[in-house]
Design a protein around this ligand. Sequence first.
Ligand code: ADP
Ligand code: MG
Length: 590
Amino acid sequence: MIKGKIVRVSGPLVVAEGMLGCKMYDVVNVSEKRLMGEIIELKEDLASIQVYEDTEGIGPGEPVYGTGAPLSVELGPGLIESIFDGTQRPLNIIREMSGDYITRGISIPGLDRKKKWRFKPTRKKGDKVISGDILGTVRETTLVTIKIMVPPDISGTIVEIKEGDFTVDERIVVIKDGNEKKEIELLQVWPVRIPRPFKKKLSPMETLVTGQRVLDTFFPVGKGGTACVPGPFGSGKTIIQHQLAKWADAEIIVYIGCGERGNEMTDVLLEFPELKDPKSGEPLMKRTVLIANTSNMPVAAREASVYTGITIAEYFRDMGISVALMADSTSRWAEAMREISGRLEEMPGEEGYPAYLGARIASFYERAGRVICLGSDEREGMLSVIGAVSPPGGDLSDPVVQSTLRVVKVFWSLEDKLAAMRHFPAISWLNSYSLYSDSLENYFRENVETDFVENVRTAMTLLQNEAELQEIVRLVGVDALSENDQLILEVSRAIREDFLHQNAFHDVDTYTSLKKQYLLLKIILYFYERTNEALGEGTPISAIKTMRVKNRIARAKYIPEQEIAKIEEIIKDIDEELTSISRKEIKTEA
Ligand code: ADP
Ligand code: MG
């Protein structure tokens, strides 16, 4: 074993000499306290180590022990429902052992060594298997049954396969590969900085339904896609991430909380276990893995947490399911990179961030995707990644925002102005975009309605017209507008208030199915179409503005999913009221 000696300590960074033979990204134990660290720079026998624990009281001369292994996570049953820190230490267990403050040097495996899991084999002795093949299943929670797979780089013939209750580190399968025998456990280990392998990457073709109208209808993200939510403090980033964790159409959620503030992170720790999975009524944690960094945790652990999180997410993806990862906020991760880079005295780039900031962000989001998994049975896994970004003052020219926008395909732009008006989600309909819109057109046509996409285009055009008209109104007042333009203002207000605005805290409004999203937009556009005709036939705009049916349109979003046929009835109401208005007009003329 390699044993070096500390020469310098600078916050989370320790420099040690005598480290010849170590490799980049090897894990080391620092001092007799055995603080966990990772080598991030090597110059001959000098190693710079980022330490995942508080280095107070550690000084030159103390030993550093190499472990010869890279920073890795344990993958297997027991991940779900866990709350881990950035290096996969189970926080719930540590808290039981040592209270709120983590004792330094504590080393607890990511997965429980005592708990037994029932393994049900789906293969038998004599079967030939390759990397990624499914050997059997474990029902991990009431919501999730996981697949136990042949780890990457192993293939051969099964010479032994057991059935029954096992701990994660007991042998369940033996595979003979040539003359070599390989033992397989429920657990496999994977280095966090290396993406897990797959056969082939494909482009997303299905939408990740989130039940959030502005997202699904206007700026959809594909299953296996990437999105970012930048916005100033208080604009709704965390609420959006929580809504996605609750509602996104994914079997597994990996939520990385990179604490904005200490108390906000505590909120995640306290609130998340309280959340219910809306579909089953079970606790949401039964399909969630939570990775948490409170602000009192060392900065380097934050840097590791995004890799720990995405590696766990890839493992579930490899089972051939839909996984969604949220990171709130990636800005705190970038700041950790900046701090470490500063201590390494690297040449700073923009705003003091390291020159490799963009490359790191890109390689993180590139681990998202829709893939054909390893293994002889054809299965597709999807990992969608949604990152919040919190630039200082909400400034979009911030290097973290800009680097993120270069790689992600969806931009949900949160705006102060909308949040101040209590228009939530405060997502700008004019500045946001989704590069999946075109490739998902067929999905919407085939799975919702044939005119879904056309309706969205019409609505978007109306909103753009509204923005132009509002300029004119600001200058010369609303009376200067033609009746047609006044109608556009009327209808776009309905699109904004009755469709885009969605209350995360309202029982019904919190989630809207795609079918209901379609209907809600359709009645607004139908109203536009019919009132536009009526204007042409001489009905005055004043009569249209006071139509009673407008109130029914506004309340349609509160109609529960089981009763959405009632939304279609509003079409009839629009027709009837317009007929009665025009009769009245004729009467008064006569
Ligand atoms: P951020 O994470 O950007 O700082 P939060 O997500 O904590 O902001 O949101 C701030 C506040 O805005 C919330 O506490 C809530 O009152 C309000 N809010 C945000 N989104 C919604 C929403 N969809 N529905 C209702 N209220 C919302
Ligand atoms: Mg927040």
